[in-house]
Unconditional design. Structure first.
Length: 149
């Protein structure tokens, strides 16, 4: 199954993705509203204004999960809604996004960034209702970028 993934860190680099995945294409640039990038040893997202990244399409989501350390609790893969205008362009309503646990990434306690007292994955899910991915440009026109195969 082909999955759309919003990437904002090392996976925005063509060479990095080509060394990791056999089957992929960059669909275009997009902005994730409601989350901002937090840099450390590895980047992650926390509640905030917005972060710009790229939309990556692949059928190798399990390989991305391994790369992101999902099995070790470094990152959690979540689904984020697409703005209706973007969803109509890419024929899906959500994109996967990897959000790193600040504690696992050496960025301090999740309490500094994520509201609540529940387990980290539950805190993420609670905040996602105010989050969506939209066009990257001001004209509300999705601009695909060159693809790699």
């Amino acid at each position: 199954m082909v999955v759309l993934v919003f990437v904002y860190g090392t996976l925005t680099n063509d060479e990095q993705v080509a060394s990791l995945l056999d089957s992929y294409r960059f669909v275009g640039s997009a902005t994730c509203m409601g989350l901002r990038r937090l840099d450390g040893r590895y980047p992650t997202l926390v509640p905030g204004d917005s972060v710009t990244g790229r939309l990556l399409e692949t059928d190798e989501i399990e390989r991305l999960d391994l790369y992101e350390g999902v099995d070790r609790g470094l990152y959690h893969r979540v689904s984020v809604s697409l703005a209706p205008s973007l969803a109509a362009t890419v024929s899906t309503s959500t994109a996967s996004v990897y959000i790193g646990d600040p504690a696992a990434l050496g960025l301090g306690s999740p309490d500094q960034y994520w509201p609540g007292t529940a387990a980290f994955p539950s805190r993420i899910e609670r905040c996602l209702s105010a989050t969506h991915i939209e066009f990257v440009n001001k004209n509300n026109k999705f601009e695909p970028r060159p693809t790699a195969v």
